[in-house]
Ligand binder design. Sequence first.
Ligand code: PLP
Length: 375
Amino acid sequence: MSVRPTSLETLAVAAGRPPRTPGGPLNTPITLATALVPGGDSEYARHGNPGWEAFEEAVGALEGGHAVSFGSGMAATVSVLELLPVGAKVVAADGSYYGTTVELDRRARRGLLELELVDVTDTEAVIAASADAAMVWLESPTNPELDVADIRAISAAVTAFGTAVVVDNTLATPLRQRPLDLGADFVVHSASKLLAGHSDVLMGVVVTHDERAARALRTRRTSLGSVPGSLESYLALRGLRTLHVRLDRAEQNATEIAARLLDRTDVAGVRYPGFGTMIAFEVIAGSEAAQQATESSEVVVHATSLGGVETSWERRRRHPGEPENVPEALVRLSVGIENVEDVWDDIARCLDAVVGGATPAGGARREPQRTSGWV
Ligand SMILES: *Cc1c(COP(=O)(O)O)cnc(C)c1O
């Protein structure tokens, strides 16, 4: 394209397309071949695929850096941790996605890194802990408690220590938060969530300004074989084309639903960061009521994962691996793009059926969290 679009909405639609050649396709086709004709950039599927490259070009344009895609968000996460020298100190959000926490713990137990967990909303504590750290791993908002970190303030302070800042931007997406612009060194995504957006693709991506780090990530990806498939890359890029439209609609729905949840007397601790598609709340009647309510929905899907076009919810602690700091009766709600009244009627019906008449525990209700730190 001769004129570079500057708005993220246009980039979501336009970036990562093949050169315009007469009779050629507008989308990068799916390439199902392990062996390629010699003489090009890659001869074997583990080294490269036109589908990943198209996806990487689009995500790189949206986040403002070099993107390297992986077979899952966890493969992307582990690959960034693999850049660290053995024994390096990592400061991480105590409420990170549980797969990330499990991996950090495992590495700490094996002596691969030294781990200090912090509350990401406590900017001063994060900065103090990072003074002798090689990396600070932020997730913002966190999954599932939706804590928001002040990425700009933390990045500005820890750069002086030489600490690399990583932000898991899965819940915010580059349309609501661009961590590299805020001073971070790496952005990590589970593309399985909002970027792909249809609950049918497992993929991850890392974005960085640092070309050497991007090369190192690609080399490790080739060695480990943590590559995405060509079909997945195609579907993820197709999903990305509508990210802005899906996000605007789901966020509008989420804002409305968060406000209505706040008006109910049978739920407490409603958390909504003020942007994005995720809400968390606690059912005052307890974990069994929360479990029953989430299992009885019809419009809302009872399922894990998040960021799809469909609204879904679950009681997080039904997963035995979920950390104990997550309340037993916490419901994580991923809001989709359906008609908001249909979604709300379903939520209200399910809550009415199990908790009708419950009164709030003293002081348990609070305003949804709104923290600075996003753009
Ligand atoms: C789902 C998720 C991951 C892991 O991604 P996968 O694609 O499932 O491997 C990492 N971080 C966050 C915040 C997530 O929600």
